[in-house]
Write a protein that binds this ligand. Structure first.
Ligand SMILES: Nc1ncnc2c1ncn2[C@@H]1O[C@H](COP(=O)(O)OP(=O)(O)OP(=O)(O)O)[C@@H](O)[C@H]1O
Length: 285
């Protein structure tokens, strides 16, 4: 008989259980078993550009520290949904949003939410790498300086560049222009810039579609890595990419309708909807 009775001698302490990442389902293992807490939730979200509806009554819950992919044919509203999450659609005059978009339970469209502060917590990386016309160092340091977080700037810049798998390639040329890097390196620099702001969520809109296969593969590896620490939401046209790197997949179809949202394996191996099956087997889209 096992004489290890230490675990039954003590009363369980709820606070300890809740703060243990594995027990609380906060770890990647917990996430994979479907227990990850929700970070972003849309409830009956509708978006219009003037009279054109781009998102139609979309409700979904995006789990913490996983990769959630959004796929679907061109114009089905993937980017629009992504831009709702950090209120980038505010910058489009014609855009109108109804319904709820919760970030850690708080509606990002509430009057007391500062969109600039929100975008620091929810960073974004775009299809075309868009480094500033500044040095590699200054690209990463820019947001830190704006926030007044300059105490240990060198260390923070190094940490962000390491986190984005770029440090080894650029550590001897930090004063050179970010625009002189290759496309893939520029995209990792943009990811470093987003990371430096210390976000909780990183949104990526087709982050690899302008890159060659080698650079794409590096970005895909990096995304998987980032999801250990951040919640990643990615729009991609590339279904194989979604299948390779995401934990959850949302399939939007024409008219801004979310047709299916499930574990990526389920979507690709056993979709519930015929429309999703037709889409992923290439019958349309
Ligand atoms: N700035 C805008 N002004 C007006 N209409 C827009 C704007 N942006 C998107 N739309 C329209 O909203 C709908 C959804 O577009 P969105 O870009 O979100 O789709 P998408 O699925 O990301 O497309 P793609 O895969 O081609 O990038 C489309 O009908 C599009 O024409």
């Amino acid at each position: 008989m096992n004489d290890d009775t230490t675990t039954v001698d003590v009363e369980p302490d709820d606070r300890l259980i809740e703060t243990d990442p594995a027990e609380a389902g906060l770890s990647r293992d917990g996430a994979a078993s479907g227990t990850a807490p929700t970070v972003i939730e849309s409830r009956h979200l509708n978006v219009w550009y003037d009279d054109t509806q781009a998102i139609r009554d979309v409700s979904m819950e995006i789990p913490e520290r996983q990769v959630t992919a959004m796929i679907g044919p061109s114009g089905c509203g993937k980017s629009t949904f992504l831009r709702c999450i950090n209120r980038m659609n505010d910058l489009i005059d014609a855009a109108r949003v109804e319904g709820e978009l919760l970030f850690n339970g708080k509606d990002v469209y509430d009057d007391d939410v500062d969109p600039v502060a929100l975008r620091r917590r929810i960073g974004m990386v775009f299809q075309q790498p868009n480094p500033f016309p500044k040095s590699i160092y200054d690209n990463v340091a820019y947001g830190l300086r704006v926030q007044g977080r300059t105490d240990d700037l060198d260390e923070q810049v190094e940490r962000a560049l390491r986190r984005s798998a770029l440090w080894d390639e650029v550590k001897d040329q930090l004063d050179e222009s970010g625009l002189d890097l290759s496309g893939g390196q520029q995209q990792r620099l943009c990811i470093a810039r987003a990371i430096a702001a210390d976000p909780e969520v990183i949104l990526m809109d087709e982050p690899a579609s302008a890159l060659d296969p080698v650079a794409t593969s590096k970005i895909e590896d990096l995304i998987a890595d980032l999801a250990e620490e951040y919640t990643v939401v990615i729009v991609t046209h590339n279904m194989q990419q979604a299948a390779r790197i995401s934990d959850k997949t949302a399939v939007f179809l024409t008219g801004g309708e979310l047709v299916e949202f499930d574990d990526t394996n389920e979507i690709f191996e056993n979709p519930e909807s015929d429309r999703v099956e037709d889409y992923i087997t290439g019958k349309f889209g």
